[in-house]
Design a protein around this ligand. Structure first.
Ligand code: AVJ
Ligand code: FE
Length: 435
């Protein structure tokens, strides 16, 4: 159990280093700006992280009387009390105030972790889950912050020497239309306790799947460009009724951030810089409606979330990752914001699933055909506002994780969700085919 304590300490520290790295690279003014009605100002996310950690890492562990933050902050930083579109108008802590609170709360969180008696079992605190939840929660808000910075056009720190560089308009090095056949099977869906699953990934349960095929790679810019150039945004027969009404409302004619240059080439805005659309990269910033219209155009469909989860591990031992070992590293997935966008398809052969499906974790969240609901036997844990309040309200499940998301969020059972019209997230798709 000391190994567990040590691991949690390390993961908390790594998460916080990344938060501070992002904040330090962003001016106070940019942190206070609202990118879009679907995104709040980054400064809200910082105060929210501190407030959330005070609730779960301090009060739930050490006791209610041990609170660090002023009680009036609870409402200010409650995601349900404060819709994203209104967060700019609140009397939020400024950058320095939020950073100072994060630090004071963290000191108490670490005291709680030091003192905790860690044992086996499902207890929120004694199992260590509460700290793993804090790590995942911090990672989720880092991704939200990156979405805001993308939208605002603010440069981000990244280790990638190619960041912001003009890209060669190269074809993918691999055949990006390859499909992998999967036989029908009864499969077990859901997260195992050791993987730190959220409540919505449980309970594990069996599902019957018919045979289908899934693309080896996420859908590329090369293929999506052909859809754009073939005039498919204007071909209403390719769009669902919901997709048509979304198109009529927003007038989209290409993925978010794309522009057609005078010479007919396409470029995309990436964290404030204009670069050529790279045909080799998975497409991102598309809504679920665009993903579905593309699939219809080529006679494919989106996979269900269970098909996706099955495909990630089919043919091998169950693990939180498709490659079956307990580590995620840079040879296997593009995550942790090491680049400033998705990596060309074919970059991670070592991250392949047992059946050879690649880039299921990292790169882009993938829209699925499934709406977000609770598995049979679902129990909210530790609070109903994490997942339950979103069930059956028109949200779509996305599977996988993104280049921006921390490795701590990358696992084959993770369920992300958003409204099908949303394009601010780092999401693309992968095509499925009936057998
Ligand atoms: C799982 C990404 C949809 O950001 O709304 C953060 C994650 N939940 N704080 C979101 C979350 C509570 C959530 N998503
Ligand atoms: Fe949150």
């Amino acid at each position: 159990m000391d190994a567990l304590r040590e691991r949690l300490r390390r993961e908390l520290a790594a998460a916080r280093r990344r938060t501070l790295e992002l904040v330090e690279a962003t001016s106070a003014a940019d942190l206070a700006r609202r990118a879009d009605a679907a995104l709040g100002p980054g400064i809200w996310d910082l105060g929210h992280l501190a407030s959330f950690e005070d609730l779960w890492g301090v009060r739930r562990v050490l006791g209610e009387s041990e609170r660090v933050s002023a009680p009036e902050l609870d409402e200010l930083y409650d995601a349900f009390e404060q819709p994203r579109s209104k967060r700019c108008d609140l009397p939020l802590l400024d950058r320095d105030g939020a950073l100072e609170l994060l630090e004071r709360v963290r000191a108490r969180t670490l005291e709680g972790l030091e003192r905790a008696r860690l044992t086996d079992g499902d207890d929120l605190v004694r199992s260590g889950y509460v700290w793993s939840m804090l790590v995942q929660h911090e990672a989720q808000h880092q991704e939200t912050l990156l979405q805001s910075l993308q939208h605002l056009g603010v440069a981000i720190p990244t280790a990638d020497p190619m960041a912001g560089e003009p890209r060669a308009e190269q074809a993918p090095a691999v055949d990006d239309e390859q499909r992998i056949q999967l036989p029908g099977a009864e499969v077990v869906i859901g997260g195992q306790t050791e993987w730190g699953p959220y409540d919505n990934e449980r309970p594990r349960h069996a599902v019957e799947l018919a045979p289908f095929a899934l693309d080896r790679y996420p859908l590329t810019n090369r293929r999506f460009l052909a859809f754009v150039e073939a005039g498919c945004y204007a071909r209403s027969e390719l769009w669902t009724a919901e997709g048509r009404s979304w198109l009529a409302r927003c007038g989209a004619r290409s993925p978010a951030g794309w522009t057609r240059n005078d010479d007919g080439r396409w470029s995309v805005r990436r964290f404030g810089r204009q670069i050529a659309v790279d045909p080799r990269e998975p497409v991102q910033h598309i809504s679920c409606h665009e993903a579905e219209a593309f699939a219809t155009w080529v006679g494919a469909r989106l996979p269900t979330e269970f098909e996706w989860e099955h495909a990630a591990t089919a043919g091998g031992a169950r693990a939180p990752y498709p490659w079956g070992t307990p580590q995620i590293d840079e040879a296997r997935a593009n995550c942790d914001g090491r680049r400033d966008g998705p990596a060309p398809v074919g970059s991670f052969p070592r991250g392949a699933s047992p059946l050879g499906i690649e880039q299921m974790l990292g790169d882009v969240h993938e829209w699925t055909a499934s709406s977000f609901d609770g598995y049979r036997g679902f129990e909210p844990f530790p609070y109903p506002e994490y997942s339950q309040v979103f069930f059956d309200r028109g949200y779509r499940v996305l599977r996988g994780s993104s280049w921006a998301a921390a490795g701590a969020l990358a696992r084959v059972t993770y369920r992300n969700w958003d409204l099908p019209e949303r394009r601010q997230i780092f999401a693309g798709c992968r095509l499925a085919w009936d057998a």
